[in-house]
Write a protein that binds this ligand. Structure first.
Ligand SMILES: Cc1ncc(C[n+]2csc(CCOP(=O)(O)OP(=O)(O)O)c2C)c(N)n1
Ligand SMILES: [Mg+2]
Length: 321
């Protein structure tokens, strides 16, 4: 792995952007300014950023209900994202989709998805398209530990393995599916162990170590581009917040467990590593954070300055009958 200082700093910036964007989205949601549901990715930033750093712009990803991190890591526009959360006409889905429906095909972001495991077959189709087009593109599916127990995961990965599709299946194992512990639904203990059943490599990565995630993704991307088929990467990570941002939620997770994972958070870890190597000073880190906060503020301003969609457009762009 050869990662320049510049690239590592970019990864740090991307992770901190996700963190600050979501902190603000959560505050504004709790204040009643954002509607629908907001699921935060805080604590898991290294997965999206590590994987997307190994991709090209035209490689395609699909996200989940917890999708802000994937959007930002792939290069989505903060203003259009925030406007979508705020339900404004300038948002990615003209303000009609909200947090769980952000997509930007121009950067290979095929969409978040409110249906658990719903994105996995869709992006497997993108993997088939990439294979048929033969331009060396890869497709990446992000999904949770809970989704890995759903039928679409198994059907998709089976066909991708059989047809050697150029794909990465990236499981964000944050140890819980809402309030259900993964330990109660995973017979094998590790999601990656299931790869053997499909005859593909299964890799377990420390999902809080962005450099380790990058390294695993880079190897899997090389394998996919070489026509050798998909890889299942399981990133062990943890969400810091409740399942959604709705106040007053039941959270069965022990306080000590949450605290222990906060101590090994991915952002502090990379910042400390870069400082130890003399690649980042306290001052530069502070400046980076200030720039990010200003960009988030600008995104909120853009959202607030934008109009709501016209009621007459309610059924435009709606495909269900
Ligand atoms: C098909 C379907 N079943 C149930 C739900 C309700 N639901 C939303 S998120 C979630 C848990 C998903 O857990 P996981 O896949 O581990 O992702 P995480 O929330 O931990 O990121 C559930 C059950 C849903 N949205 N879709
Ligand atoms: Mg989970």
């Amino acid at each position: 792995m050869t990662l320049t200082a510049e690239k590592q700093l970019e990864m740090l910036r991307s992770m901190q952007t996700i963190r600050r964007f979501e902190e603000r989205a959560s505050d504004d949601y709790r204040a009643g300014a954002i509607y629908g549901v907001v699921h935060c990715y805080i604590g898991e930033e290294a997965v999206a950023v590590g994987v997307c750093a190994a991709l090209n712009l035209d490689d395609q990803i699909i996200s989940t209900h917890r999708g802000h991190g994937h959007c930002i890591a792939k290069g989505a526009d903060l203003k259009r994202m925030m406007a979508e959360l705020y339900g404004r006409r300038t948002g990615y889905c003209k303000g009609k989709g909200g947090s769980m429906h952000i997509a930007d095909f121009s950067i290979g972001m095929l969409g978040a998805n409110g249906i658990v495991a719903g994105g996995i077959p869709i992006v497997t189709g993108a993997g088939l398209a990439a294979q048929l087009e033969g331009k060396g593109r890869v497709a990446v599916s992000f999904f949770g530990d809970g989704a890995s127990a759903a039928g679409p995961f198994h059907e998709s990965i089976n066909i991708a393995a059989t047809w050697k599709l150029p794909m990465l299946y990236v499981c964000e194992n944050n140890l819980y599916a809402a309030t259900t512990a993964a330990a109660d639904t995973l017979a094998l203990g590790d999601v990656a162990a299931r790869a053997a059943g499909y005859g593909i490599p299964g890799v377990i990565v420390d999902g809080n170590d962005v450099l380790a995630v990058y390294e695993a993704a880079e190897a899997a991307v090389a394998r996919a581009r070489a026509g050798e088929g998909p890889t299942l990467i399981e990133c062990k990570t943890y969400r810091w917040r409740t399942h959604t941002e709705r106040p007053g939620q039941t959270d069965p997770r022990p306080a000590e467990e949450i605290e222990a994972w906060r101590q090994k958070g991915p952002i502090k870890r990379l910042a400390t590593h870069l400082m130890a190597q003399g690649l980042l000073s306290e001052k530069a880190w502070q400046k980076m954070d200030e720039e990010i906060l200003a960009a988030v503020e600008e995104a909120v301003k853009f959202a607030l300055d934008s109009p709501f969609p016209d009621p007459e457009t309610a059924v435009e762009d709606v495909f269900a009958e």
